[in-house]
Ligand binder design. Structure first.
Ligand SMILES: Cc1cc2nc3c(=O)[nH]c(=O)nc-3n(C[C@H](O)[C@H](O)[C@H](O)COP(=O)(O)OP(=O)(O)OC[C@H]3O[C@@H](n4cnc5c(N)ncnc54)[C@H](O)[C@@H]3O)c2cc1C
Length: 379
């Protein structure tokens, strides 16, 4: 058997490639194993764009982690010379008292984040292509913007490999085992590898690799659509249109992006079918496109042109919608990171830093108590 690695990372999607990067940067001998190709489109980290924002409606506890992510994304851009992040501003809007508006405002207040509060009339004046009424409100955040996910993953892999990590693709892990004297053994079709630490970042497949843990994860099929503007095409230009999250009564939350050239990417957040990642239907039906177009006709009709493309992506949800990051409750050498749902991407670099801390130092100074795997222990 080959020498023991300092750490093995299972899954080189957004979080695993970040973990590999941070471990390698700290001079460790690390191996990454990924069943598909670099920056593939079968998991949760593809589709041209991801929103990054600071005023976090989900919980203000995420804000310090986001602020650290901003620093680390800048650092990754500098190191690789790639353009990974584009500031466009972000609009969080909806009916009075809704989670998106109230939660964003609460985070902005608690953490003193730059933002502008907009009434329904302000929203109509600032964004004439969007239909808002007097009962609506919004928050405009100047530092929000777009991450380019495939390039981000490739940048993390590039730095990891340059720092000495080995990354193997087309290499599915079939199982792992904690060794009696400490450390772990990982099994693939190509054989076995051993390591002092194991970091499992398997995205939608996390539950199957940690079946003994009783994590309640559900994998949700989510569709991203690219629409041609029906009118006012100039209004959706990257230089003047923000990323947005809009919550309307009796509908799933919608999110979207300016036109990056291939059309306006828009989707519903949640409301998808619960699926098995091995057998998920990757075909998109006309009725799914029509449901979103129908909503857009009500409040953003200029975006409801023909649909150019629709792509399936996977959310991995926990019961409380918060991430799971921490040491395996029964195996101290095993660390897991998952349940990133539809809002994890912006955190990749800080999650990579946290995973390297947990693997090498046994703890982290980042605030992660909200994400403890212990909260799901049923026995
Ligand atoms: C439609 C959509 C929109 C989103 N929008 C946003 C957004 O605007 N902003 C935001 O911050 N987040 C967003 N997210 C969420 C974010 O993209 C995800 O939370 C994040 O990408 C999850 O990363 P991951 O590393 O857990 O999963 P992945 O990137 O999927 O990585 C898991 C990897 O593990 C590999 N793997 C699994 N099993 C094995 C095995 N046995 N052996 C080897 N390899 C294995 C998989 O092939 C995969 O590459 C969105 C997600 C979707 C789907």
């Amino acid at each position: 058997m080959a020498d023991t690695w300092d750490a093995i990372v299972i899954g080189l999607g957004s979080m695993g490639s970040a973990a590999l990067q941070h471990l390698a940067q700290r001079g460790r001998r690390v191996l990454g194993l990924e069943r598909f190709s670099p920056a593939h489109a079968l998991g949760s980290s593809h589709g041209e764009s991801r929103i990054i924002r600071q005023a976090y409606f989900e919980d203000p506890a995420y804000v310090p982690l986001i602020l650290r992510s901003y620093e680390l994304w800048d650092d990754l851009e500098r190191r690789t010379g790639r353009c990974l992040f584009r500031r466009t501003g972000g609009l969080m809007a909806g009916y009075a008292g809704c989670e998106v508006v109230e939660g964003s405002a609460r985070s902005a207040r608690e953490h003193n984040l730059k933002h502008e509060w907009l009434s329904g009339a302000d929203l109509r004046r600032r964004f004439p292509v969007m239909r808002f009424d007097d009962a609506d409100a919004g928050l405009l955040e100047p530092d929000a913007g777009i991450l380019f996910p495939e390039d981000c993953v490739l940048a993390q892999l590039q730095i990891a490999v340059a720092a000495g990590a080995e990354a193997r693709f087309g290499m599915r892990v079939d199982g792992w085992q904690a060794l009696p004297g400490g450390g772990v053994r990982v099994t693939t079709a190509a054989g076995e590898e051993t390591a002092e630490r194991l970091i499992v970042c398997a995205g939608a497949w996390l539950g199957s690799l940690l079946a003994d843990l009783g994590l309640t994860l559900s994998v949700e099929r989510q569709v991203m659509h690219w629409f041609e503007p029906a009118s006012n095409a100039d209004a959706f230009h990257l230089d003047c249109f923000p990323v947005f999250i809009v919550q309307r009564q009796n509908e799933p939350i919608s999110y979207g992006f300016p036109n990056l050239g291939a059309g306006l990417k828009i989707g519903f957040h949640h409301g998808g079918a619960i699926v098995d990642p091995e057998t998920v239907d990757r075909q998109v039906q006309p009725a799914e496109i029509e449901a979103l177009q129908q909503s857009l006709r009500q409040w953003l009709p200029a975006a409801a042109g023909p649909c150019r493309r629709s792509v399936v992506c996977l959310y991995t949800n926990t019961p409380d919608d918060h991430f799971v990051i921490g040491r395996h409750p029964r195996h101290a050498d095993v660390i897991l990171a998952g349940g990133f749902s539809g809002h994890g991407f912006k955190f990749c670099p800080v999650v990579g830093e946290i995973l390297a801390d947990l693997a090498l130092a046994g703890g982290t100074t980042h605030p992660i108590s909200l994400f403890s795997p212990e909260r799901y222990q049923t026995v």
